[in-house]
Design a protein around this ligand. Structure first.
Ligand SMILES: NC(=O)c1ccc[n+]([C@@H]2O[C@H](COP(=O)([O-])OP(=O)(O)OC[C@H]3O[C@@H](n4cnc5c(N)ncnc54)[C@H](OP(=O)(O)O)[C@@H]3O)[C@@H](O)[C@H]2O)c1
Length: 390
């Protein structure tokens, strides 16, 4: 296929699956970026021969530079390097598959240079959705969702393109419910990191897998959907669908519901974002509905999954509230993954930051960064005392 990509987060779950799609269709890779997985990035650079690579962690820069010496591949590092790669218009599209709000600046840099974006990095829209969507509209840049639910919504809307009167009024956002579906708060107090990482349907990076266990992921996705599809939170219904077959659906003005189904495999939405508006044969298995048998739909348990409840409240408040909730979640989840706090503390810390830090309007990126910093400071100061007393 005659297409070229910049790929940020190439060593992660979405990044490596994107490269599988590139391999299959002969999509060229103009640039690759990672945080600190230096050896893997070197291997990818040798295979795909990009014009440039970037490693965020400056400690890895010298090793990367030495290993790629003589290859003709330009080596960059840090946030500046990431933004340079994101904005490199020698590619047709920039895939942002980094994890966390660190993806916001590269997204804005890509938009500024007029690059279309295939977006997996949901934290970009949670923290800076207003800035991203406004500048994308101004520059005429397409934001193609990779998140499976948002790709499903996008595909459902696209399926009716050209029809008259196809205004949609709402979204059904499906959620697997994660590994702790059906459990109550008291049963979650002593769950381990291994249990939190055992997702029933999807194989993903650690942070998003824990986000699925706390159900923060669905709260982040609700905010992501608000920005992508220009809907208020009240028009988005979160529905637990254990089988992860219906990836989400759109409700039209006449109450017709159109959704997208498929096996739970991220290569389907990744491929669609890269080949859009064309469709090609897929690397993933076909869906056999008779093998699935039953599809179930239930209401989420907002009382047990405090992160979800808090994210939805933040969505309703707007301004910097989603950035606060996201920053607190990133910090608390990292502490949980490092074994420093228990699972239920994630929700308590996210709630605490949300209650403590007032939301303000967003006029530029410094507002998002300030809210994120305050939330992280809150989590780190609240957890410091308990870490010392352990
Ligand atoms: N995985 C999924 O199935 C899935 C589905 C839907 C949406 N998403 C979203 O996609 C994003 C990526 O998720 P993932 O599961 O692929 O995460 P992951 O497996 O943890 O991979 C994250 C990638 O981002 C890179 N990265 C992290 N911080 C960076 C930085 N500061 N600069 C440059 N690169 C950086 C990592 O590099 P290192 O390897 O060097 O750390 C890695 O390549 C998240 O926003 C997630 O919510 C993921």
């Amino acid at each position: 296929m005659n297409k070229t990509v910049n790929l940020l987060g190439s060593t992660g779950s979405i990044g490596t699956q994107t490269l599988e799609v590139c391999r299959k269709y002969g999509i060229s890779v103009n640039s690759l970026a990672a945080r600190s997985s230096c050896d893997m990035l070197i291997g990818q650079a040798r295979e795909f021969n990009p014009t440039a690579v970037c490693i965020y962690d400056e400690d890895c820069y010298t090793k990367l530079k030495n290993e790629l010496f003589g290859s003709g591949i330009k080596v960059l590092c840090g946030m500046e390097g990431l933004c340079t790669l994101a904005a490199d218009s020698n590619a047709d599209i920039t895939v942002n598959a980094v994890v966390g709000m660190v993806g916001l600046r590269p997204t804005l840099a890509a938009i500024e240079s007029g690059m279309d974006i295939a977006l997996a990095n949901k934290e970009t829209l949670v923290c800076g959705g207003k800035l991203v969507m406004e500048s994308a509209a101004k520059k005429g840049v397409k934001i193609l969702p990779i998140d499976s639910e948002h790709s499903a919504i996008f595909q459902s809307i696209m399926a009716l393109r050209g029809e008259r009167g196809n205004q949609f009024k709402g979204i059904i956002l499906t959620a697997s419910g994660g590994p702790f579906y059906g459990k109550k708060a008291e049963e979650l107090e002593n769950v381990t990191i291994e249990q939190a990482l055992a997702h029933p349907n999807w194989s993903m990076g650690k942070k998003i897998t824990v986000d699925s266990a706390t159900m923060m992921n669905k709260g982040l996705e609700l905010i992501e959907a608000m920005w992508l599809f220009d809907l208020p939170p009240e028009s988005i219904e979160i529905v637990i669908h254990r089988q992860s077959i219906l990836h989400s659906a759109v409700v039209f003005s006449d109450n017709a519901v159109i959704g997208q189904m498929g096996v739970p495999d991220m290569k389907i939405p990744i491929q669609f974002a890269l080949t859009y508006p064309e469709r090609y044969e897929s690397l993933s298995k076909p869906l056999k509905l008779t093998e699935i048998g039953t599809l179930t739909f239930e209401k989420p348990d907002f009382d047990t999954f405090v992160c979800l409840k808090t994210a939805v409240e933040a969505a309703k408040i707007g301004g910097t509230a989603p950035a606060v909730v996201n920053g607190a979640n990133e910090a608390a989840t990292a502490l949980f993954i490092d074994g420093k706090i228990g699972f239920t503390r994630i929700g308590e810390l996210v709630r605490g930051a949300f209650d403590e830090i007032k939301s303000t309007d967003i006029t530029d990126i410094s507002d998002c960064l300030r809210a994120d910093r305050k939330a992280r400071e809150y989590v780190n100061s609240m957890s410091k005392a308990e870490l010392c007393s352990r």
